[in-house]
Design a protein around this ligand. Sequence first.
Ligand code: TTJ
Length: 647
Amino acid sequence: MDTLNDISQTTQNYGADEIQVLEGLEAVRKRPGMYIGSTGPRGLHHLVYEIVDNSIDEALAGYCSKIEVAILKGDIIRVTDNGRGIPVGIQPKLGIPAVTVVFTVLHAGGKFGGGGYKVSGGLHGVGASVVNALSEWTEVQVCDGHHIYHQRFERGNAVNDLHIIGETSSTGTTVTFKADPLIFTETEVYDYETLATRLREQAFLNAGVNIQLTDERDSENIISENFCYEGGVSSFVEYIHKKRSLDVIHPDIIYFSAKNEDDTASAEIAMQYNDSYNELLLSFANNIHTNDGGTHVEGFKRALTKVMNDYARKFNILKENDKNLSGEDVREGLTAVISVKLKEAQFEGQTKAKLGNTAIRTLVDKLVSEKLEQYLEENPATAKAIFEKALMAAKARDAARKARDLARRKTAMEGAGLPGKLADCQSRNVEETEIYIVEGDSAGGSAKGGRDRRFQAILPLWGKMLNVEKARLDRVYGNDKLMPVITALGCGIGDEIDLSKLRYGKIIIMADADVDGSHIRTLMLTFFFRFMRPLIEEGHVYIAQPPLYRITKGKEHHYAYSDTERDKIMSELGGKYEIQRYKGLGEMDSDQLWETTMDPATRIMLRVEMEDAAAADEVFTILMGDKVEPRREFIEKNARYVQNLDV
Ligand code: TTJ
């Protein structure tokens, strides 16, 4: 191995390669979004994931048993592992130490020779050099069992050569960095829960890896948590059910795993059924959350449906002339974690959150087909519980189909097939049409009076609607509050949804800014999330923001949409003025409603977006489910984020 003076000697004269290296990192600073997605909170947290992923790889290779992540004062991050330590030997091609290459050459991450494959996280392992480029400073310390090596970088540039600062018998790597305020706006600080959620997930996905998170920013109140799960993905399923207080219908967590012949890919599946009507499939490829699924999920679904129907036929659970169980029937109440690791993962789709490797579909299909059938035969009590639920789901689906057809015949008999209360718009161009779902007949009246009938439709809703969190499809069909919405939107619900038939480009929920309005909004969002999720995924759902106050001074009037805005207007106006607190939409006449909440030129609307389906599922299950304790906990934890609380 090269001695240190070799290192210092060879790094004096920068060759062409080194200059190209520095230009590479300049590109990262010019367009950070290309490498970490955004320079907002998500991008900031992404820096941590990029560094931690390297230590996780070292743990997966079997050389690291402990990873420590610390958030230090000043939002500095320190990641330490007790692995072999990043190699310090001279990298022949560039003539500089391998560890310096890792921090200064783009995409230089991954394995330094040797077997195994790097399972990267985040934006697929852009590597430590990107973190270095986007940090005001980065310090790396490597212990190789003899010496302690140290090097410092500033905004990607080495400010010294790798040098020895001491002797040691231990091995490992420590990286400390401060995100660059020139790249990340000053207000960006790390959110403990965000990091905890991600590190916990990585511990579930890599059984036995021990990850410690500590927040030292408040020296009076240091928080620390340890994540280590020998049960891996099975512990993940257990955690999901516990966190949501869901009742399981069989005590055991079903677990399978397999590798392919040449060991270039592996798959793990953990699954358990609960008594809800919702399914939650969490899928990962190389520890990356494939939010949009892909071949591993397709293989799982296909095999599950086939095994369940074959088993049902074999044991006469399904009679000769019974229809097959559908995919939805066999997945009702199912929580499953599907985790695959493979050499050359291909990610597809706009957000690269969908796995494309076709061989993985076969690997997972084969794994489930063989192992699930065997499991069901060896665990008849579990099989019984699962089939009872699937048969109930199938019956409900049949009832739903009948209720839907009945409802359709009923509306057809009523005439145009559209709900009586709908004030439709003239345009049929979905690019411009909007439907306001308005709480209450009086607000519905004002909205009808104030709207632009060319492209705005109004559907007044009245009273509280069904909380669908605990309802199957059959109870949704025929529900007199939801059917008008389903019919007006025209695109069907559940597995029959077809957005090409959607009649309005924007679906705008307009309810009072009070507790009742919030409840109506939440019930409507629960319905869209559970039975029309593509509407949210495709960005069609909005929440209207009516003003909270009207401030009048003489002939002049202003609208305030928050308490802060109200105070700002009051201080600007000064002197005498009148303030009206709107308790409900009904207090506004048509013109005011148009001007403040419906005119596209002036209105403020919130688009409902879903960053992470699993996180949304957790919120809806906790808030709308029937368990009180987790709801109380959630509200206590999140009360600080509530604005304009009206009690
Ligand atoms: C690679 O194979 C040869 C011996 O060292 C292996 C390695 O790179 N191990 C390694 C890298 N352990 N930890 C890292 C690492 C840790 C942090 C915190 C950050 C980075 C960029 C790498």
